[in-house]
Design a protein around this ligand. Structure first.
Ligand SMILES: [Zn+2]
Length: 335
């Protein structure tokens, strides 16, 4: 069997593990509900258990390392999970140290949004580009930036908090404490909230029928818009405009070759795209307007294969060596 990486995508609700091959192919997958309230030791125990399960099912697997991703804030170079809001009891957990001691393998760590950006860049919708911005729009908004063939980390790996750039001066307060964050106005949560406010239980709207008269979610808005309901279409038009404003900022800041949109709301990408494009055409400077905005290709495995690529990726034939890896976790290889 060819060489593989063990990959983990640690989320606040689900822990996923996989064996991944060099071309980003997922050989085996396993997952379980994250014991998010139980502290870091319990969750690391889950990771070790999941690894054991995958390796037992594939005894011939030649695993050369472990690539893991977890929610930020996280320091990829030091290999430390600093303290994600979705996982209680995690404070400066030295994940690379713990896992490399446990398994005797090189371990690399990346935050989940950056890992998904790497996945889409190396194996998905952004293949072949040198610069890319990945934006995930679901409950919140996150993202990762590939700049000139490298993931852009910034100080302590904290760069590209795309969801918390300020894009308006008003609206609901973001969980981060600010008003007007991209995430607070353009996430799936914000879209669902607007839809809920504009409709009422029992009003006969498609939105409320789909939600069974409960709170309306972003998914319901997309579904109702597909049936042609006017209010759902208008909600998506407004959503597309917010996304277009945010994406215009990203174009001006990073000048990517492509913006890749993932997350739950990318299910409605075809409906959102015209409004996103129109907003970019209206707001972006001329030189940035021809950049493609495309939907992500890898779905929920982007993070896993991106994390695996931290171990496996050797670049495309002809790719500049600088593209292969950054310095960061080479320290982990020798650890
Ligand atoms: Zn915020």
């Amino acid at each position: 069997m060819s060489t593989l990486a063990l990959a983990f995508d640690l989320g606040g609700t689900e822990l996923r593990g996989a064996l991944v091959g060099r071309s980003g192919d997922v050989i085996a997958r396993a997952s379980e509900a994250t014991m998010a309230g139980a502290g870091s030791e319990a969750v690391i125990g889950q990771i070790i258990g999941l690894a054991g399960k995958l390796l037992k099912e594939h005894p011939q697997a030649k695993v050369i390392g472990i690539g893991a991703c977890a929610p930020g804030p996280l320091d990829p170079k030091a290999g430390i999970v600093i303290g994600p809001p979705t996982l209680s009891g995690w404070h400066n957990v030295p994940m690379i140290d713990i896992l490399s001691r446990q398994f005797g393998l090189p371990v690399r760590l990346e935050n989940d949004a950056n890992a998904a950006a790497l996945g889409e860049w190396r194996y998905g919708a952004g293949r072949g580009s040198e610069s890319l911005v990945f934006v995930t729009v679901s409950t919140g908004i996150g993202g990762g930036v590939i700049a000139d063939g490298h993931i852009y980390h910034g100080r302590r790996g904290l760069a590209a908090e795309i969801g918390h750039m300020t894009i308006t001066g008003e609206g609901d307060r973001c969980f981060c404490g600010n008003v007007g964050c991209f995430e607070a106005v353009a996430s799936g949560t914000a879209l669902g909230r607007r839809a809920t406010q504009l409709t009422a239980p029992g009003d006969g709207s498609q939105l409320r029928r789909l939600s069974r008269n409960g709170d309306v979610s972003a998914r319901h808005v997309v579904e109702a818009a597909r049936t042609g309901e006017a209010i759902a279409r208008e909600l998506l038009d407004a959503e597309a405009r917010w996304l277009g404003i945010g994406f215009t900022n990203l174009l001006h800041l990073y000048s990517p070759e492509v913006i890749v949109m993932g997350g739950g709301l990318s299910n409605g990408f075809d409906l959102l795209e015209p409004g996103i494009r129109a907003t970019i055409d209206e707001r972006a400077m001329q030189a940035y307007r021809d950049v493609p905005i495309v939907p992500a290709k890898l779905g929920d495995r982007a993070g896993l294969v991106g994390a695996a690529s931290l171990i496996l990726w050797e670049g495309e034939p002809g790719t500049a060596l600088s593209m292969v890896q950054d310095q960061g976790a080479d320290t982990a290889r020798t650890a």
